[in-house]
Design a protein around this ligand. Sequence first.
Ligand code: F6R
Length: 719
Amino acid sequence: MCGIFGYCHFLIEKTRGEIIETLLGGLQALEYKGYDSSGISIQGDELGSLDIYKQTGKISNLREEIDLRNPNKNLSFISHCGIAHTRWATHGEPKRTNCHPLNSDPSNEFVVVHNGVITNFANLKALLGEKGYVFKSDTDTECIAKLYKKIYDTSIELGFNLDFHVLTNLVLNELEGSYGLLCTSSHFPDEVVAARKGSPLVIGVKGKRSIKTDVVEVEYLDQNENYLEINAPTKNSEDILDELPVQYNSSLRKSPPLRSQYLGTSTRDKDISSLNHVSSRELLKEGGLLQPIEFFLSSDCSALAHYVNNVLYLEDNDIAHIYDGELHIHRSNVNPGDFSFRTVQKLESELSKMIKGPYDHFMQKEIYEQPETTENVMRGRVDASTNRVVLGGLENWLTELRRARRIIMVASQTSYNSCVAARPIYEELMEIPINVESASDFIDRDCCIFRNDVCIFVSQSGETADTIHALKYCINNGAVTIGVVNSSGSSISRLTDCGVYLNAGPEKGVASTKSYTSQYVALVMIALCLSEDSVSRIERRKEIIQALTLIPNQIKEVLELEPSIIKLCENELEKQETVFFFGRGFQFASALEGASKMKEISYVYSEGILTDDLKRGALSVVDNVLPIIVFATKDAILPKVVSSVEQIMARKGNLIIICNKGDKTWKQKKQPRNIVTLEVPQTVDCLQGLLNVIPLQLISYWLAVKKGIGVDFSRDPAM
Ligand code: F6R
């Protein structure tokens, strides 16, 4: 949930005030992620010195803190690198000493902002503590800053003069866990390094002239050439290895092999020779002459949208080094399957998707995008004329995938619910065991994973730590892995063997809405694709494929329920503290997802319960107040649902029923009290959840709005 922002300019005159505003503007753009504190680091009054400003709470508190310290905002800089961070506490409570940037020492020789978790930080802290380093915070990040200083000081003592990126490589080799980080240093004025492993980082570039480059080549640190020697040829590099605080002999660790990218989805797959490419140092120079240039760095490309049109995503284990108006991307290892370039991508198309348009909130906008996003995920993949589903990203793996003895879907929260929604159709079409696993639970157990298992990893962001952890476990156990991911270039998309992109566009609202329906469609498409050779399922597959093509328009129809949903929220739900959702069969997932949205967005306690479990306890809490939302759309088990609902009616339960248009069942019933019905169009049973979930998204959205909750933000008790 933390956010990183950095701003570097070169050969442009900017006042300190302008630099501060840009950094605060970047933090503001990351605000939707939720945070409990924030901070920035900029150049101090002394040449090369660095100042840090940090404060808990809102960004306005940080602004007040800066104003209180009253730096000279008129001081101007021709070149400068500043870094900034919004924090959501993981290690250490939200207090000022724990805010980022964290420093190496009181004079801020090295200053770091960091997303992710350093898992060996306790060991590093102990090691550095023994060497006399005093830790001021409870964060894992502080050990990164101190490690920088320790390695820098040792190298200087030994007569080495390391480049900033070489120093960074040595620091990173000692870290375990995940990071997206920026570091600035008083020893490297006007330079910044950015590095990532498991936590996204993107760099935006803005030059006076337009950027004509498609790709930037990666510069490899040669493993056979000892780069310590390059910087100090008179010294034996063994000396530095022996005398540095921790062992570097194992330093050039192998990163996991980069697997194939999903076909046909980005310029990453193109033949580089057809692109206009340059080595990174030449990226922005005109005829070898230095040009005015600005670089914006962030953990989230949406924070860059106001500043730049061109962005470049870093890969895991990349070290970007910016200085003198140049951008260099370094890596220490060449791995099989690595791309030796990073593509420069246009942001404009993404930008329009990040603007709220006529909507009050991103969540509302994203709910309304679903006719389009469900269409996008099927585009070019579902062919209703031939009743075929062709998934380019799976093509090369179909033989292995169809040989699977078991399919395991792994995901977190909403993405998990989409797997629950798709599970029954996998069982029906594939006739093999299908497991659905919550990623955190999966990694807590030593699950048995075999080489003939196919594991599907579902994630909007492609960066959820538990899901990545589970994915690596399955890779190590030899399973074939599929990614179902929205963010292209994300860790899950890179690590999996093959996959399907959702193409849903950025999801800015904190609640996952359009991703759920796109994941659901993508998973159904995979089941249809993998079961293509099953003769006995031909008719069923045709029925589903034909129904899929109608879904986008049917979602439009469901969205027309919004006025009745607003009334329902005002009349029935606004004052309630608890809401239950009941669903069974294909609709159990709808109940889970409804309850999840209700808690997350409307702050209403909620449970998603199997309708049949009513008789196992839940019935005892039914009264004439507790709202009970029941999914009673038409499928083979509707009669069982009706019987459960009758038990609730007998207790004068406060029922809200989601049923199909024109279903007379409820009007014909003798009712002890009025039942509210929300009628949705009918589709084939296994897709009905795509339509049933829309009213739930709207209910949780409107309930939150009525209660004055900031729907696009995470709940933060500190604010
Ligand atoms: C719920 C929500 C989160 C995500 C979860 C998994 O509305 O947005 O709970 O579902 O964090 O995230 P991804 O799908 O990015 O792996």
